[in-house]
Design a protein. Structure first.
Length: 312
């Protein structure tokens, strides 16, 4: 593994002709926005690019240009490439089957402080709020045109990873890159309308989820739990659930638990003060200081007990 500069990254991209572009499983707004924007940027540079994700792309992102070109691994007929470019993924496991199917040298552009440095070449900017922010910066630095469709995708990537510029990872640079996207044609209202859209069925599930809220550690820790039955109803679209508890006045750590099966629970952690990346690390996960995730090999009650045992 080698940490590379933006100049070295640019040289590698210039030399590569066939590029396979991927992001992490359970793709969020930053992953999808970054991928479709960079797909367009690389295509405009004359590259032959294939986007592939080992997961389903949430329907709410389908308003973005280029999303229809995203393939699943079973749809890729030729895995030969000069480069496997991984965006917004901090570990090799997070890209699913793509990692074993594509044998090209791996380049990784990421902003997670917990990055495991799995790639052959890593461009890491943990001070950036989103991978989309990094890509906006790179395109601007390299003089690559940011088209209106790219701008929309990059704006979504940035905005969704910093809570639409409300979270503590929002910096002057974040705002500057968001403004650059708007200057190049991004439509914040259109992005918000699609990303924040909900359904009556989802509201019904949210009503049930509210009944699961528990407070611990004198109200400093709040947990909302989606069991297998609730997960079957909501699918993997759990955006916003942790926000139901993160803004409670006494809460420092907000935790969303999502049952995978009777023995596995996925965990999303958000914090105002505590380093939740350190908590997630204890279970093989990671992310950012104020936002992280992991998977615990236990049912929901077991996951609660494990988490409370390591939270001071």
């Amino acid at each position: 593994m080698a940490i590379i500069t933006k100049e070295a990254l640019k040289n590698a991209l210039d030399e590569a002709q066939r590029i396979i572009l991927t992001v992490h499983v359970h793709p969020d707004g930053d992953a999808i926005g970054s991928m479709v924007a960079f797909y367009e940027a690389l295509s405009n540079e004359g590259k032959e690019v294939t986007m592939v994700v080992d997961d389903t792309v949430p329907a709410k992102y389908s308003f973005l240009a280029q999303v229809a070109h995203i393939k699943q691994p079973s749809e890729v007929l030729d895995w030969q490439a000069d480069m496997l470019l991984v965006l917004d993924a901090s570990t090799f496991e997070r890209i699913g089957k793509v990692g074993s199917l594509c044998k090209a040298p791996i380049f990784n552009i990421d902003h997670h402080i917990s990055n495991s440095q799995f790639a052959d070449s890593l461009y890491l900017c943990p001070e950036f709020a989103a991978t989309g922010e990094i890509l906006t910066y790179l395109c601007d630095s390299w003089g690559w045109p940011i088209t209106p469709s790219m701008a929309n995708a990059l704006y979504m990537a940035i905005a969704t990873d910093c809570g639409f510029f409300r979270f503590s990872n929002t910096t002057e640079q974040t705002l500057r890159m968001g403004a650059l996207c708007v200057a190049n044609g991004a439509q914040p209202n259109i992005v918000s309308e699609h990303v924040e859209v909900t359904t009556a069925a989802r509201i019904e599930v949210m009503k049930e989820a509210l009944q699961t809220i528990q407070f611990f550690k004198a109200g400093r820790v709040a947990i909302i739990a989606l069991d297998e039955a609730l997960m079957a109803k909501v699918g993997d679209d759990t955006d916003g659930y942790v926000d139901l508890i993160r803004n409670v006045d006494t809460v420092d750590i907000a935790i969303l638990l999502k049952a995978v099966d009777a023995h596995t629970t996925r965990v999303s952690l958000r914090a105002k003060v505590t380093d939740v990346n350190a908590i997630a690390n204890q279970f093989g996960g990671g992310g950012h200081v104020k936002a992280a995730g992991c998977t615990i090999n236990a049912n929901i009650q077991g996951a609660i007990e494990h988490l409370l045992a390591v939270i001071a």
